[in-house]
Design a protein around this ligand. Structure first.
Ligand code: AQP
Length: 341
């Protein structure tokens, strides 16, 4: 059976981009057709200046929202990255096959490091190396497919390169995975600046729809979305990015096609109104389920505990095999009681 793995960082409140680009597909498609693992990658949230209490809070909230979005622990595995040591164990081995040049070419590293420097902060070494940890997240599970938004395609490419290099040097240890990117809403853009991705660590929030935004807040943000100076409604991502973003979001929410939807509208106003309502409707059941789950934190904790146990059992043999392959001796077993007698 196909093995699917994907993760989400507890670095901020989850956004419509996370939902349309990744989570919805995990819940509606992937968990039912593949042996799937979905992970709150909390260690990745430590790569930038962080507040420990906020990371704890967001890790719980992110896990709860994954379940609210429809991940079903009966058919998939949901867990926290830091609960499974195999991720960091494997990460070090992969650092021994990755190069510093490769790391410095990662777009997210360049962007986030520049942002951190602009703020006058220093760049954590883990920001440079976190794509290797992400590769470990994926490779530890013999993953075939990684369903992600477009922004993560480069990291999955790196994962493939590391897997191939390790296998060539030290013998077949890893499955070489591939990214699966959604047909629409692969990169939902910021509503106030459609040249930038809608990201959860965005400072202002005015162009970001959060999954837990009240319906009126969603309407306000969509109705105020920056569009382009033209009047006609056409789908052109390069020349009319604001409009194309709204058409993408509407298409993703209604199951339509952005090009054909463009033909239906003759004004920006009606397109914005329908897009706002479509987003409100898509978020409604997620928010309702989130409220129910918040009333039962013990259930969420139980899911995460069982998920970590399952994930550990799956990852350990692959990681142990990689340790042997690269040249590390197995720990010497304690003499058993019967042998000692
Ligand atoms: N805007 C988006 N459009 C489509 N897919 C998106 N994803 C994220 N933003 C969009 C996809 O959601 C999954 C989990 O994302 P993540 O937690 O790895 O990344 P992030 O939300 O981009 O988090 P950051 O890096 O903490 O926030 P920013 O970008 O604000 O700095 C992934 O599959 C991702 O592709």
């Amino acid at each position: 059976m196909t093995r699917v793995f994907s993760g989400i960082q507890p670095t901020g409140h989850l956004t419509l981009g996370n939902y349309l680009g990744a989570m919805r597909r995990w819940a509606e498609v992937d968990q039912h057709r593949a042996d799937s693992l979905f992970c709150v990658v909390d260690l990745h949230a430590l790569t930038m200046e962080h507040d420990p209490a906020r990371v704890r809070r967001l890790s719980r909230q992110t896990a709860t929202l994954l379940l609210a979005a429809g991940l079903d622990p009966e058919v998939c595995t949901v867990f926290l990255q830091s609960h499974v040591d195999e991720h960091t164990r494997l990460s070090y081995l992969l650092e021994c096959v990755a190069t510093d040049g490769e790391m410095r070419r990662m777009i997210q590293y360049k962007e986030k490091a520049a942002k951190e420097r602009d703020r006058g902060g220093s760049v954590r070494l883990s920001l440079l190396t976190y794509p290797v940890l992400m590769a470990a997240d994926i490779l530890a599970y013999g993953t075939d497919e990684v369903p992600v938004g477009e922004d993560q395609a480069q990291h999955v490419e790196l994962t493939r390169d590391l897997a191939v290099r390790f296998n060539q040097r030290y013998g077949q240890a890893f499955v070489v995975p591939r990214a699966t990117i959604p047909r629409v809403a692969a990169r939902v853009m910021n509503l106030q600046d459609p040249t930038r991705k809608m990201g959860k660590s965005d400072d202002s929030g005015a162009g970001v729809v959060y999954l837990l935004d009240e319906p009126d807040a969603v309407r306000k943000k969509v109705l105020r979305a920056v569009t382009d100076s033209g009047r006609d409604v056409v789908y052109d991502r390069a020349e009319r990015p604001g409009l194309a973003n709204l058409l993408d979001v509407l298409a993703a929410c209604t199951g339509g096609n952005p090009e054909s939807l463009a033909d239906v509208y003759d004004s920006y106003g009606s397109l914005k109104k329908d897009t706002a309502e479509a987003v409100v409707e898509v978020l409604r059941p997620v928010q309702a389920r989130h409220r129910e789950l918040c009333a039962d934190p013990a259930y969420v904790e139980g899911v995460l505990r069982d998920g970590a146990e399952k994930a550990r059992a799956l990852a350990r043999p692959t990681v142990d095999r990689a340790y042997r392959a690269i040249g590390l001796l197995p720990p010497v077993a304690e003499p058993s009681l019967s042998a000692a007698r």
